[in-house]
Design a protein. Sequence first.
Length: 372
Amino acid sequence: MPDFSAEDYRFMARALSLAHRGLCTAHPNPRVGCVLAHHGLIVGEGWHRFAGEAHAEVLALKAAGERARGATCYVNLEPCCYHGKTPACTEALIRAGAARVVAATLDPNPRVNGHGLLALKQAGILVQTGVLAEQAVALNRGFIKRMQHGLPFVTSKIAISIDGRVALHSGASQWITSGPARADVQRLRAQSSAVMTGIGTVLADDPVLTVRSPFRPAEFRQPVRVVLDSRLRFPGTAKMLSEPGRILVLTGNSERDKSATGIANGTEIIASAMRGEHLDLESVLNHLGRLEFNEILVEAGPTLNGALLQARLVDEIVVYIAPKLMGSEALPMARLDTIATMAECLELSILDTRVLGPDLRVIARVNYRHKL
Ligand code: AOF
Ligand code: ZN
């Protein structure tokens, strides 16, 4: 691995922070930021805002103009080398006379994946990778997972009492957590390609699942709302329908007459494979991957959360813990089949804990080391 200077780290950190500006808007494309530097000074910067618009490198080159000649390009993802919705960044960098390209990571897109750096190298540009790679991978974990496995990165958000319950026996669950925790959920929604729930939650809580101000950046597009509804019970009166934005209902019962359900036009009913009584969750997520969703936020009840966890489809859980006891009659956070021995428990790794107002937030990765 090449030795990188403090300056290399500094400019890559800047490229990453520019990339971060596309957190809520770049999908299905990756979040990419670019810094062009010459003699220790930044001569151009750019970041990718929307799919179909200019890539980070192109904007940085435009800002730098003639000053790009001989400059080093710092970018958190390998420059692309094919003409997609926009022209290849490699060609623009070569044309502008960049001397060196430092990419934090390769682009996992099979159409790029090493070919971008190779093209630059063949044009006589010095290419290096690896600076702040861990941060770069974290920023685009959804894009990377989708490119490598065809599946979106799945985060389950669950609000619980300190005794691990999500709703009272009566079904009441509004509200377990306080304002700051609920505002944090808005942030999670804003950076997701889609928010997914089950029909049980739609019928019980009638959620809207949109991102409310002030978490909407300029020109923000609402995440797609996805409802898993094996028997197509989705009611035409659902509050979700009153808010603009794309709604997908995945069902095993697409034969059912849509007009009989009262579902508004515009809601997309998608036939999905069943597995016994329920939708086959792996097919569901494969489908969402094919629709180019990078990150899915699951806001569901114990049935769907349990099923997703058991199907090994949840990557991370974000648990908001309220300092209250809801009692043993209340519903658990995830319905899982009986676990016979401690060795078979689902193992998590805690990545972060934080106090949000009166509540606690725990972010944990699901390990799936043991077979259930
Ligand atoms: C870059 N810089 O800023 C981004 C890249 O359809 P297009 O032309 O927008 O190309 C999309 C692909 O380009 C995307 O799948 C990913 O491989 C790459 N994204 N590449 O050099 C950028 N956003
Ligand atoms: Zn590009």
